[in-house]
Design a protein around this ligand. Structure first.
Ligand SMILES: Cc1ncc(COP(=O)(O)O)c(C=O)c1O
Length: 400
């Protein structure tokens, strides 16, 4: 693993840029071009493997963002994609072939579940879903043709935390590639490569962008794997536009301060909800009583800005509550400066079967909130007034 040159909050602002003294723009220029001019065909050949050949292969604005993400994760290299799903699908298709097998946690983003269980079988790649935190199940599911452990931590939307040391050791023992969706953690709260994970994926749409104004994906990790994925990205074509990559760079500059504030806000809200008589259960890794609380404290610097909770009522109560909120905007997505609310059965996990959702603990009463950087007291007051729409009441919530 490549050692960090600086701490994460410094890399967020300066990562990927040249720190030597020179005359030039402070802000990375946007190379808004599809192609690059050369003087002769000799130079054309030399340009082909660089980021100044053709933008589907690479682009200098994107390169700065890719280097910054690699430095934040403490790995060799990173790649940007048109979306988080683009990062997942391209990486898996780059590294696996027909006849291969994947072991994946059951609790993962619904779009990833759909790709693994409904789409990959068409190409002869099978996936076995296992209980996220039952590592014996992970081990038992490994077959001679298994190539990858597909992971996500904390999970969407029930915030389970995966023991990264354990899964990395299991992968080493069986010579498997580990790919983790670390969108919920961000490199500010966890750096999976430090625990031996090979590839770290992000929906950059979320915390990296941070302002709910762009769509992007990223994969960071070992140079040999990134090289394979780059070649597949060029073929499949799911690259990020340089203009959006510039917005991403601007977003990442404030990643550390945003996430630190979101950690504080979300913890206070989780504590408030856990005490509320109309809340049945709260899922937040930094809340005492969470089943992986000790592991979360060991592996993570903060619990992140997302939490979910079940109202003590019906699915209809959950819907009404989400509509009664004013400061939490009813919209899918997460990780931005504006607080959002959504009902996972209608959004992030609408595309998977009710049976799968039930196994993942995603009920109709579950509400997911993404806590922004507004004032925590205002956010709590908003939740307090909206909880009035739920008719039942109990003594205190369960955590986990
Ligand atoms: C945890 C997680 N991973 C991946 C994705 C997919 O990312 P994108 O929407 O950028 O394709 C999402 C989107 O909600 C997500 O929440």
């Amino acid at each position: 693993m490549k050692p960090h040159k600086h701490r994460q909050d410094t890399e967020a602002v300066r990562g990927g840029t040249d720190l030597s003294k020179k005359n030039g723009p402070l802000s990375t220029p946007i190379y808004q071009t599809s192609t690059f001019e050369v003087t002769d065909n000799e130079q054309q050949l030399r340009a082909t493997p660089t980021d100044m050949f053709y933008t589907r292969y690479g682009n200098p604005t994107n390169t700065v963002a890719e280097k910054r993400i690699a430095e934040l994760e403490g790995v060799d290299a990173a790649l940007l994609f048109a979306s988080g799903m683009g990062a997942i699908t391209t990486s898996v298709l780059a590294l696996l072939k027909s006849g291969d097998h994947i072991v994946a946690q059951r609790d993962i983003y619904g779009g990833a579940t759909k790709f693994l269980t409904q789409w990959l079988p068409k190409l002869g790649i099978e996936t076995t879903l296992v209980d996220t935190v039952e590592y014996d199940q992970h081990a038992r599911a490994i077959r001679p043709n298994t190539r990858m452990l597909y992971l996500e931590s904390p999970t969407n939307p029930t915030l389970r935390v995966v023991d990264l040391r354990k899964v990395a050791a299991l992968a080493r023992q069986h010579n498997l590639i580990t790919l983790i969706d670390s969108t919920f953690a961000t490199p500010i709260n966890a750096r999976p490569a430090e625990f031996g994970i090979d590839l770290v994926m992000h929906s950059g749409t979320k915390y990296f962008g941070g302002h709910s104004d762009l769509i992007c994906g990223a994969v960071a990790g070992r140079a040999d794997l990134i090289h394979e994925i780059h070649s597949t990205r060029t073929t499949l074509g799911g690259v990020m536009d340089p203009h959006a990559a510039w917005l991403l760079l601007r977003g990442i500059k404030t990643l550390a301060v945003r996430v630190q504030r979101q950690n504080l806000n979300a913890l206070r809200i989780a504590q408030f909800l856990a005490r509320h008589p109309k809340v049945k259960r709260v899922h937040y890794p930094f809340l005492e009583g969470h089943p992986q609380h000790a592991l979360a404290l060991e592996q993570m610097q903060g619990g992140g800005g997302v939490l979910s909770f079940e109202v003590d009522g019906s699915g209809d109560d959950a819907r009404k509550l989400s509509e009664a909120l004013h400061l939490f905007t009813l919209a899918p997505s997460l990780g931005g400066v504006d607080s959002l609310v959504c009902i996972p059965v209608l959004t992030s996990h609408a595309m998977i079967s009710a049976d799968q959702r039930q196994k993942m603990g995603i009920t109709e009463q579950l509400i997911r909130i993404s806590v922004g950087i507004e004032n925590a007291d205002d956010l709590i007051a908003d939740l307090e007034q909206a909880l009035a729409v739920v008719s039942s009441a109990r003594q205190h919530a369960e955590v986990g």
